[in-house]
Ligand binder design. Structure first.
Ligand code: BDP
Length: 705
C-alpha cells in the first residue's frame, strides 16, 4: 500500500448486506450519448463499482433522443436537455446547478427504483459519478437519493510552483509532475490519474509553472508541450493556465521595454496570446506575479498594477481568457509594516481592473504563516474580482514531515467575518460575490487557488496525510462553507478505512493538528519565526524574524494599533476597534496586534511570559499525544502506511522540541524570567546558547532533552 491511489482506492465492501444492495442497485448503467468526458465517467464507475462490489455492471448507451427504458436500467447518466430527464426535477433544482453542477435522484418508474445522475453538461455528469462513488466508498445507502450539488466558485485552481528543470519551489514531494523532456509525445498515466483526482473534487484548473516564472514556458517549444497536457486534462474539465513573466516582451521579443502602455508591448502580448490559443484552444489564461520579490512588473515603468493587468487581460479577452494578478507585494523598508503593504497598494485601485481580471490574495497579509490575521483586502475591494490564495504545500508547516491538516485553516479563513457590509460578510461570501445586492450575476468571475503540494513521490504529497490537504482544498473550493470535520471524515474513510474505531480518533487528531503546530511554532499571533530562506525549523534570532516578533526587555509582539503601525485601520471599523483593544483581541492573535509586557496578565490567566512558554510546551506534549493515538491504531490499517506515519510523527515530535527549545530559550534572553515551574529546562548544550547561530543543523540528539 503506497498511497498512489489517493482517496480513489475503491476498497471491496465487506458488509454483505450493503454489498448486495449495491450489486442490485448498480447491476447496469445506461448513458445517453458519448463524449470523452462521459467515457471518463463510465470508466471510473465501472472500475470503482467492480473493485467495491466485485461485479462489472452491464453498460449500454443510447444516442440521440431514444427513450430510456426505465424498467431495466438501474443507473442512468443523462443530460437535462432531454425532456424526460428534466421532468424528474423541479425548476428550482434545474436552475441552481448551472454549468458544472449535478443532480442525483432515486426515481421510481414502473415501481422500479432507478438512480439518475443528471446535469446540464458532461462535466456535471463526471462530477456526479464521482459523488456516487464517494457515497459507496463511505458506505452510505443509495436507496432514496436526492442530491443537488453545484460549485459556489467558478475557478478552482491548483497553482504548481514547478520550474521547467523539474524542481518545485517549496515542493516537498519529489520533482515536478510535468516531464517536459518527454512531452508532447508521452502522456504518462500519472497525468491522467492527477486529472481524475482533481475531477473527483471539482478542481477545474491548473497553473502549470512557478509564479517566479521563466519566459521559456511561453516559447513555441513549450506551448506545444503544454498543449499536450491541456488535451489530456480536457475530458476531466481541467483547463491549463501559465504564469506570465512581465518582462517577456523584452526577453523573448527583444523589445526595449515591457511598459504596459507601450504600443509595441501591447502588440507583442496580443500576438503571443493568439499564438497560445492557436496551440491550446481551451487555454485558461495567465497568473502573474509582478513587481513583487524582485519580479519585473508595471512598477518598473511607473505604471500601476491595473495598467499591467488590464493590458494582458485585453489580449486574452477575445478568447475568453483571464488574468489572475497577485496582490503579494512588499518592500523590506526599515520600519515599514509588511502586513499593510498589499492593502496600501491595491485598495486605491478598486474598480480599475477589467472584467476578466481577478486579484489573487493570500489569506493573510504577510505570507501563508501558521496563523495571521486575515488579509484586509478581502471585503475592501467591492468593485474588483477577488480570489483566495491558500498554500497547500506546507512551506511554513514542517514541509512533508509534519502532520498538519489544513482543512481547519481553510475553514477558519473562509468563515472570517470582514464586517465590510455589516456582520456576516464572511470571506466565503466575499469570494462568492454575493455581498453586493444585484451582483450575484452568473457571469461574474469568482475563484480560489491553492499552491499545490504534489510531486513525483509515489504517494504524490510526501506525507500520507498531505493528501488530505489537496482533497480538502478541492472540497472547500467547491463549497467555501464546507466543514473541515466532515471533509476529514470522508477523506479518512476513502483513504484508509470506514472503521469508526480508526476514523473517529484520527479525525479528531487531524482537526487538532494545525493548532498543535501553531502552538510549537508561532503561538498567540506570532509569525515569521522560521529559519530564514529555507523556512524549516526555528529561527527567531534571524534579522528577518526580529521585525515580526519585536521582543525586547519590556515585552513581545508587534503593535499594530494606532500607537504602532496602525494596520488595524485597514479593517472595517467594528474589527479595527476590536483589534485595537487587547481585551477584545482574540487570544490567538494578541501578539499580531499588540506589544505586551512580559509580566502582563493575559486572557489565559497567566503572565505573558508564562503563557508563551506554556503554549510551546503544550505543543510538544500534543505531538506526543498524537503519537500515542496513532500507536493505538496498529492493526486497523495497512502496515506500510502505519509504519511510515509512525516514523513521521516521531520526527515531528523531535522537531516540535527543536522549535520549542529554540524559541523559548531565545525569547528568554529578553524576558530574563525563569520558566514556569512545570516546564523542564530545555537542553542548552546544543544550542550554542545564547547566540543561537541561525545555521544550526537539526539537533538529532534532542531525543533525550
Ligand atoms: C513565499 C515563498 C516564495 C514564493 C512567494 C510567492 O517563500 O518561494 O515565491 O511566497 O508567493 O511564501 O510568490
Amino acid at each position: 500500500e503506497n498511497g498512489y491511489n489517493l482517496w480513489l482506492r475503491y476498497m471491496p465492501i465487506e458488509n454483505g448486506q450493503l454489498r448486495q444492495a449495491y450489486q442490485h442497485q448498480l447491476a447496469s448503467i445506461v448513458v445517453c450519448n458519448q463524449s470523452p468526458t462521459i467515457n471518463a465517467a463510465l470508466k471510473e464507475l465501472i472500475n470503482g463499482i467492480n473493485l467495491m462490489i466485485g461485479k462489472v455492471p452491464n453498460v449500454s448507451s443510447i444516442t440521440g433522443n431514444a427513450a430510456i427504458d426505465f424498467k431495466t436500467n438501474r443507473l442512468v447518466l443523462a443530460k437535462l436537455d432531454q425532456p424526460a430527464i428534466a421532468a424528474q426535477f423541479s425548476t428550482v433544482e434545474l436552475r441552481q446547478i448551472g454549468q458544472e453542477g449535478y443532480l442525483i435522484k432515486t426515481v421510481r418508474q414502473n415501481r422500479v427504483p432507478q438512480i439518475l445522475i443528471a446535469a446540464n453538461t458532461d462535466i456535471g455528469l463526471l462530477y456526479g459519478s464521482f459523488h456516487l462513488l464517494k457515497l459507496m466508498q463511505t458506505h452510505q445507502s443509495l436507496q432514496a437519493l436526492n442530491i443537488q450539488q453545484w460549485p459556489r466558485l467558478k475557478l478552482r485552481i491548483l497553482d504548481h510552483w514547478d520550474n521547467l528543470n523539474g524542481t518545485v519551489e517549496r515542493g516537498y514531494a519529489g520533482y515536478s509532475l510535468w516531464n517536459w523532456q518527454t512531452l508532447p509525445g508521452i502522456i504518462q498515466k500519472r497525468y491522467i490519474d492527477y486529472a481524475r483526482a482533481n475531477a473527483s473534487i471539482g478542481i477545474n484548473g491548473a497553473v502549470l509553472n512557478n509564479v517566479n516564472a521563466s519566459v521559456k514556458s511561453l516559447t513555441k517549444e513549450y506551448l506545444i508541450k503544454t498543449a499536450a497536457l491541456a488535451k489530456a486534462f480536457k475530458p476531466y474539465g481541467i483547463k491549463v493556465y501559465l504564469t506570465a513573466k512581465f518582462s517577456a516582451p523584452k526577453e523573448l521579443g527583444h523589445l526595449k521595454t515591457a511598459d504596459p502602455l507601450d504600443p509595441a508591448v501591447i502588440k507583442w502580448w496580443k500576438d503571443k496570446v493568439a499564438e497560445i490559443y492557436h496551440y491550446i484552444p481551451n487555454f485558461g489564461g495567465f497568473l502573474v506575479k509582478a513587481s513583487s520579490e524582485g519580479q519585473p512588473g508595471p512598477g518598473d515603468y511607473g505604471r500601476t498594477h491595473a495598467d499591467g493587468a488590464n493590458m494582458m487581460a485585453a489580449a486574452l479577452k477575445p478568447y475568453g481568457g483571464i488574468v489572475m494578478w497577485r496582490t503579494f507585494v512588499y518592500e523590506n523598508k526599515k520600519g515599514a509594516d509588511r502586513a499593510k503593504q498589499g492593502y496600501d497598494e491595491f485598495k486605491p485601485l478598486d474598480g480599475k481592473f477589467d472584467e476578466n481580471v481577478l486579484l489573487q490574495a493570500k489569506y493573510g497579509p504577510i505570507d501563508f504563516q501558521p496563523r495571521e490575521a486575515f488579509n484586509p483586502l478581502f471585503g475592501a475591494m467591492p468593485h474588483t474580482h477577488m480570489m483566495m490564495e491558500f498554500q497547500i504545500t506546507q512551506e511554513y508547516f514542517g514541509f512533508a514531515t509534519h502532520l498538519v491538516y489544513l482543512g481547519s485553516l481553510f475553514q477558519e479563513y473562509l468563515r472570517k467575518d470582514t464586517y465590510q457590509k455589516g456582520p456576516g460578510t464572511t470571506i466565503a461570501k466575499v469570494l462568492e460575490e454575493r455581498v453586493n445586492p444585484g451582483t450575484d450575476d452568473n457571469n461574474r468571475l469568482t475563484g480560489i487557488a491553492g499552491v499545490a503540494n504534489i510531486g513525483t513521490d509515489v504517494n504524490w504529497c510526501g506525507h500520507p496525510f498531505g493528501q488530505a490537504n489537496w482533497y480538502a482544498f478541492g472540497r472547500f473550493a467547491w463549497n467555501p462553507m464546507a466543514s473541515a470535520d466532515s471533509i476529514a471524515a470522508d477523506w479518512l474513510k476513502m483513504t484508509f478505512t470506514n472503521d469508526p474505531g480508526f476514523v473517529n480518533p484520527i479525525k479528531k487528531l487531524m482537526l487538532g493538528s494545525r493548532e498543535v503546530a501553531v502552538n510549537y511554532m508561532t503561538p498567540l499571533g506570532l509569525s515569521h519565526l522560521m529559519k530564514f530562506a529555507l523556512h524549516y525549523g526555528p529561527g527567531p534570532w534571524s534579522k528577518s524574524a526580529e521585525v515580526y516578533h519585536h521582543a525586547d526587555s519590556v515585552g513581545i509582539g508587534l503593535d499594530r494599533t494606532v500607537t504602532g503601525s496602525d494596520a488595524v485601520s485597514q479593517y472595517a471599523p467594528a474589527l479595527a476597534s476590536k483589534y485595537s483593544n487587547l481585551k477584545t483581541t482574540p487570544l490567538n492573535l494578541i501578539l499580531w496586534f499588540h506589544h505586551i509586557g512580559w509580566d502582563q496578565k493575559i486572557a489565559t490567566g497567566e503572565t505573558m511570559w508564562n503563557s508563551l512558554v506554556h503554549y510551546y510546551y503544550q505543543g510538544v506534549k500534543q505531538v506526543a499525544a498524537m503519537q500515542q493515538i496513532w500507536q493505538s491504531m496498529k492493526g486497523k490499517i495497512d502496515e506500510d502506511r502505519f509504519n511510515y506515519v509512525t516514523q513521521l510523527l516521531k520526527q515531528q515530535h523531535l522537531e516540535a522540541k527543536w522549535w520549542r527549545n529554540g524559541c523559548v530559550l531565545y525569547f528568554q534572553q529578553y524576558s530574563k524570567r525563569p520558566l514556569p515551574k512545570d516546564c523542564k529546562e530545555p537542553g542548552k548544550a546544543y544550542w550554542n546558547y545564547p547566540t543561537f547561530k541561525p545555521d544550526l543543523p537539526f539537533p538529532y540528539h534532542l531525543d533525550d532533552q
